[in-house]
Write a protein that binds this ligand. Structure first.
Ligand SMILES: Nc1nc2c(c(=O)[nH]1)N[C@H]1C(S)=C(S)[C@@H](COP(=O)(O)OP(=O)(O)OC[C@H]3O[C@@H](n4cnc5c(=O)[nH]c(N)nc54)[C@H](O)[C@@H]3O)O[C@H]1N2
Ligand SMILES: Nc1nc2c(c(=O)[nH]1)N[C@H]1C(S)=C(S)[C@@H](COP(=O)(O)OP(=O)(O)OC[C@H]3O[C@@H](n4cnc5c(=O)[nH]c(N)nc54)[C@H](O)[C@@H]3O)O[C@H]1N2
Ligand code: SF4
Ligand SMILES: [Mo]
Length: 681
């Protein structure tokens, strides 16, 4: 008998690129994944990870039943028992310590959009303001940079740019499909400038690779602004009509001569002049993309604000070929911040990092550790966590571990028994992205796609069903009235005029409103003044500097000779996403394990060869890790790189949760002072 073949179209969500895919099934079982040529974003292209979704879904180590920790180890229990017991424990803790002693933690793996919003909805409905997520160290700092200066985060109009600037990002590994748009712009004559301390995959393709020392991008951005102002090549008309704070900006920039930038950031003075001229000539068609590389620094938000201010000087805001604002799709709002405001309960971190709470309603995961361990500012006793593995991804792992071990209740939803799940009281099997249906918006193309549920395991719940079933046991079921995620999707879509039926018929995505033609009149900008704000009154009122003032990273401002190396962490590798996919055997053959990337001169001085193990030590911890000797142009002497997510050599044992950017609270993970010694064995 011949087997039955079927193709179902949906999106890959192994990373946030979200490529259109054709899933091939044989007798109902997934056998292959290929690119959907009709999808507006990837146009048929996929990265090598996509096919591993099949391995992930049917992985022999996949969790398929709820587990409960007992004195005799893990015990398999029914889903009903697990949900009943978890609900009872949550109500007990609420009764004893108040609702705010319970928090919810959402990770990168389940994405953003509605998965994030239903988690936020659940914890507010429960009565706690304590929504925690990976965005205590991702995205929010960049969002602030743009929100505070431009009023919103625009999209880089790569297709129409004359100069593309990729600043602290590496699309070929982190957003593979963005690379084709950058390549396309270059084919049409655009110049590519990459700002990165390392010769990354995208830097290799650049017309100009600018290599500042880690954490010194603010100095470089100020130096470029100084040059544009000194030479009169900034966009005077744009600045006059659409910005506030120019006199203050001009005055502060004056000190950032190319020579000073060279001393501070290590970028030759001639390069600063050359890049400023390149940008000035191409303005306003300068499209910049800022990545995660700028976020994990002590002066992160202000460095990003300085980069964004540069856009304002170039008149590249809300302009074709520059950075453009795209109208959002009008979907219903799932969060309850207006209906159930809980700020009076003291969201964790909102006192220390008011901007994080005010602009993102985000509590702060590092602050949460103090609440668990020291009851500061009040006790946090329970966490329900989904799609995250903070034991490998949050800074200062030793403290995270101690905190999680001391909780009264830790519930982890995951596909696998992770380092974090191993500490839980209950581990619940979670549905993967191929086992749920959700709406996705590709903002840049104003496209909405509905994903399909391709597979089902009994007792493996999708996120919606879990929140729904738990809410109904907790007496807050009224907030989760939809029978399933399909009913929720229908409700979310209503104001948009799109229907589920239309989306089902168009798995390649539906455009919700054609992109506006380039506006003649930029703005109005969603800032307090309605203008591009070089100086922020909002920040000043909160006690911060009004301008994006530059501060040297500690390792340069006050170097400590006990820790003579500076360590960048987290440069993405194509095959792995954070702590994920180490259990895909063919990936391990291609990229076998953790390593510290090092300049050959440093390796020589330390007397270590390729693959030999060294001990890397920061002020808070140590890891033993093999050395990878780079070519002399790939990394600068004295600078190291280790990618996170490896349990064998977890770099977050070295990173700081008590050194952070004062505006976002983001931890110092990309300019960590360390020493290196050859391991004794
Ligand atoms: N040192 C250092 N650390 C970093 C970074 C860095 O640059 N340097 N980067 C940081 C950044 S930007 C981020 S975003 C964070 C991310 O950190 P996390 O949010 O912790 O993300 P992951 O490690 O991807 O964890 C995802 C977990 O979710 C599980 N999972 C996969 N799919 C699903 C699903 O569909 N449902 C559910 N419920 N679970 C699923 C996976 O098995 C995995 O265990 O890491 C941060 N950590
Ligand atoms: N394969 C894969 N893809 C991913 C992820 C993954 O883990 N694996 N994670 C996803 C997530 S959650 C995120 S947030 C994105 C992040 O993706 P990107 O924003 O592209 O960030 P990274 O790949 O971390 O690249 C950061 C680059 O910044 C450089 N850098 C480090 N410090 C500095 C600095 O001080 N200044 C400058 N100018 N550059 C610096 C690093 O050398 C590195 O090359 O990737 C997403 N995509
Ligand atoms: S880039 Fe790769 S992992 Fe990311 S969504 Fe596309 S195919 Fe999936
Ligand atoms: Mo991230």
């Amino acid at each position: 008998m011949s087997s039955e073949r079927e193709i179902k179209q949906t999106l890959c969500r192994m990373c946030d690129d979200r490529c259109g895919i054709d899933v091939h099934l044989e007798d109902g079982r997934m056998v292959d994944i290929v690119g959907n040529k009709a999808h507006v974003w990837n146009k048929g292209r996929l990265c090598v990870k996509a096919r591993a979704a099949v391995d992930m879904v049917y992985h022999p180590e996949r969790l398929l039943a709820p587990l409960k920790r007992t004195d005799d180890g893990w015990q398999e229990i029914s889903l009903t028992q697990a949900l009943d017991e978890i609900a009872a424990r949550l109500l007990e803790i609420k009764e004893r310590d108040g609702a705010r002693s319970v928090s919810l933690w959402k990770g990168e793996a389940i994405g953003f959009g509605q998965q994030e919003d239903m988690a936020r909805r659940f914890i507010h409905a429960f009565g706690s303001p304590n929504y925690l997520s990976n965005d205590s160290m991702c995205y929010a700092a960049r969002y602030f940079g743009y929100k505070l200066v431009d009023g919103a985060w625009p999209v880089a109009d790569l297709e129409n740019a004359r100069v593309v600037v990729i600043w602290g990002a590496n699309p070929p590994h982190a957003h593979p499909n963005m690379t084709q748009y950058i390549t396309g712009a270059r084919r049409k004559g655009a110049k590519l400038v990459v700002v990165d301390p390392r010769l990354s995959a995208i830097a290799r393709r650049a017309d100009r690779h600018v290599q500042p020392h880690p954490g010194t991008d603010g100095a470089l951005a100020w130096g470029l602004m100084q040059e544009l102002i000194r030479t009169g090549t900034y966009d005077r008309e744009f600045v006059e009509r659409y910005t506030v704070g120019f006199p203050e900006l001009a005055a502060y920039s004056a000190a950032f001569t190319p020579e000073r930038v060279e001393g501070e950031a290590g970028v030759p003075a001639a390069t600063v002049r050359e890049i400023a001229a390149l940008m000035g000539d191409a303005a306003p068609r300068v499209a910049m993309y800022v990545g995660n590389g700028l976020e994990h620094h002590e002066n992160g938000v202000n460095n990003i604000r300085a980069v964004v201010s540069l856009d304002g000087l170039l008149g590249a805001v809300d302009q074709e070929g520059g950075n453009r604002f795209v109208e959002p799709v009008p979907l219903r709002k799932l969060t309850l911040y207006d209906e159930v405001p809980l700020q009076h309960l003291g969201p964790l971190g909102a006192d220390r990092f008011p901007v994080l709470y005010d602009l993102r309603q985000e509590c702060h995961t590092m602050t949460a550790m103090g609440a668990i361990l020291e009851g500061d500012p009040y006790p946090l006793r329970a966490i329900v966590l989904t799609g995250a593995n903070p034991l490998l991804t949050n800074p200062n792992t030793a403290r995270v571990q101690k905190a999680f071990e001391s909780l009264d209740l830790l519930v982890v939803r995951d596909l696998f028994m992770t380092e974090t799940a191993a500490l839980a009281h209950y581990v619940l099997p979670a549905a993967s992205f191929l086992e749920r249906t959700e709406l996705h918006v590709h903002a840049k193309y104003q496209a909405v796609t509905l994903t399909r549920r391709i597979h089902d395991f009994p007792d493996v719940q999708d996120e919606y069903q879990f929140w729904h079933d738990l809410a109904h046991r907790l007496g807050i079921g009224g907030y989760f009235p939809w029978e399933d995620e399909t009913a929720l999707n229908r409700w979310l879509l209503e104001p948009s005029g799109l229907t589920l039926e239309k989306l089902e018929a168009h798995p390649e995505g539906v455009t919700y409103s054609p992109l506006k033609a380039a506006p003649r009149e930029p703005g109005p900008f969603a800032t307090p003044t309605g203008k591009v704000e070089f100086a922020s009154r909002y920040l000043k009122d909160l006690g911060y500097d009004e301008l994006p003032v530059y501060k040297s990273p500690s390792y340069r401002g006050a170097p400590d000779m006990e820790y003579p190396f500076v360590l960048v962490t987290g440069a993405r590798k194509l095959l792995y996403v954070h702590s994920r996919f180490r259990n895909i055997p063919r990936f391990r053959t291609a990229e076998s394990g953790p390593e510290v990337e090092m300049h050959p001169g440093d390796a020589r001085a330390l007397g270590v060869g390729e693959g030999e193990t060294v001990e890397v030590t920061s002020r808070i911890g140590s890891v033993a890790i093999p050395v990878r000797i780079m070519s002399p142009v790939e990394i600068r002497p004295g600078e190291l790189q280790i990618t996170h997510g490896w349990s064998e050599a977890n770099v977050n044992l070295l990173t700081h949760d008590d050194r952070f950017d004062p505006i976002s609270g983001f931890p110092l993970m990309k300019s960590v002072e360390v020493r290196v010694e050859k391991a004794q064995n």
